[in-house]
Design a binder for this molecule. Structure first.
Ligand SMILES: Cc1cc2nc3c(=O)[nH]c(=O)nc-3n(C[C@H](O)[C@H](O)[C@H](O)COP(=O)(O)OP(=O)(O)OC[C@H]3O[C@@H](n4cnc5c(N)ncnc54)[C@H](O)[C@@H]3O)c2cc1C
Length: 382
């Protein structure tokens, strides 16, 4: 039966909304999650599956990543269903001399902030990943704590456990309006009925801007399209998540709106390789074109030549919720009591999701969070 009221309504059933609903249910809150499509049906189910910290910058960025990695490990112990989380280290590979100064500056800044990284030479890279091309790679940054997950299983596991703890989860249920009276949240109107509540969590990812509009807020989140390839199942051959340092250079210099691609490779437990990623300024268009597919294949085969004999069985594109400073928007907002932001996780939401969910639960239940959220508030964009 559709609930008439809830202590908290979470809008969005991706990794952020699902993590938030799980931790709220675990803390004893009556929580309802509404998802307009299906669980993990958007970015949270169509990504590269990295739980990653190497490229995170000093300050709040790396603190969020480290905090969330700990929460992934905690979830591995407390969720009933396995979500294939493995962490035996990640590699940011340096493909040419031009990338080196960016990488060295990053490694230095991270060490100064107390989060050191290890630079390794080409020989050490091939010991870790023998399939990488000796001609293409000149070295790498290694982080022993990084890894991969199965993001679809993660979302499903969170949903199942939340339901066990009493959360009500409704798929194919769209939040259409939010009722606000005298600056306070009063309810959420969905296409299945109205839920009275004093607290709404906006976990709608790329659509977080439209949920913000429902309460009169401007939320500066835009969709940024990324595409990936999936190969046939292979015996174990890639042991670490591998990312090209071009991503870091692009992040530092600003990604161009046109077509681009950087090296991404990881292997899922079932044996499929996830290969990417191309990016394209495509608004909310999820289609992927032949040019993107060929570009991803070319970039990745250059780095790992044996891939040329491997069959690609499908491709997908989705968009991550982009913010200008590459950080999520988390926490309360000025002027609308009971409205809480939990979106804008850019290309890091799988890694950051469980940590963000826990922080939002702490905010709602305890009023204080284990990482202060001031730097992540919506008001930073004013
Ligand atoms: C190709 C690709 C590769 C990526 N690789 C990685 C990676 O390796 N590691 C990493 O950490 N991150 C990665 N990301 C980023 C990551 O996927 C996102 O940051 C993360 O999934 C965002 O989660 P979310 O829950 O905020 O959004 P979503 O998963 O998009 O969930 C938001 C949900 O809100 C729902 N919704 C919207 N409006 C409404 C409404 N009105 N009513 C009800 N429901 C609504 C949507 O249907 C959607 O399911 C990648 C992204 C892409 C596209």
């Amino acid at each position: 039966m559709f609930p008439g009221e809830a202590e908290v309504v979470v809008i969005g059933g991706g990794v952020i909304g699902s993590s938030t609903a799980y931790f709220l249910a675990r803390a004893g809150k009556k929580v309802v999650l509404v998802e307009k499509g299906y669980k993990g049906g958007e970015a949270s189910g169509a990504n590269a599956a990295f739980v990653w910290s190497i490229t995170r910058k000093p300050g709040i960025d790396i603190r969020l990543a480290m905090h969330s990695i700990n929460i992934h490990r905690q979830l591995q112990k407390e969720l009933d269903r396995d979500f294939e989380y493995v962490y035996n280290g990640g590699l940011l590979v340096i493909e040419d001399e031009e990338q080196l100064p960016f990488v060295e500056a990053h490694v230095k800044a991270r060490a100064e902030d107390g989060y050191p990284l290890e630079m390794i030479d080409a020989k050490q890279v091939f010991e870790l990943e023998p399939l990488l091309s000796e001609e293409k790679i000149i070295g790498a940054v290694f982080s022993p704590i990084d890894g991969t997950t199965n993001p679809i299983f993660l979302v499903i596991s969170l949903n199942l456990q939340a339901q066990k703890l009493g959360a009500k989860i409704f798929h194919h249920t769209e939040a259409r309006e939010i009722e606000v009276m005298s600056g306070k949240i009063k309810g959420v109107i969905t296409d299945k009925g109205t839920i009275k509540t004093n607290t709404v969590v906006n976990a709608a990812g790329c659509w977080g801007c439209f949920i913000g509009e429902m309460v009169g807020l401007k939320v500066p989140i835009t969709p940024f399209q990324l595409a990936m390839l999936v190969t046939e199942q292979l015996p174990p051959c890639v042991s670490h998540p591998i990312m090209g340092a071009s991503y870091m250079v692009e992040e530092d210099t600003g990604k161009e709106g046109g077509l681009g691609c950087g090296l991404i490779i990881s292997q899922q437990a079932a044996g499929n390789l996830l290969i990417g990623a191309s990016w394209r300024d495509a608004g909310y268009d999820k289609r992927i074109n032949q040019e993107e597919i060929e570009l991803m294949a070319r970039v990745n085969v250059e780095a790992m030549p044996s891939l040329k004999d491997v069959r690609v069985i499908r491709s997908y594109a989705n968009f991550f919720p982009h913010t200008d400073d590459d950080l999520p928007i988390l926490g309360k907002v000025d002027g609308v009591e009971g409205f809480i932001m939990a979106c804008g996780h850019n290309g890091h939401g799988i890694g950051l999701g469980p940590g963000s969910g826990k922080l939002i639960q702490e905010l709602i239940c305890e009023g204080i969070t284990s990482i202060p959220l001031d730097e992540l508030s919506l008001s930073r964009f004013n």
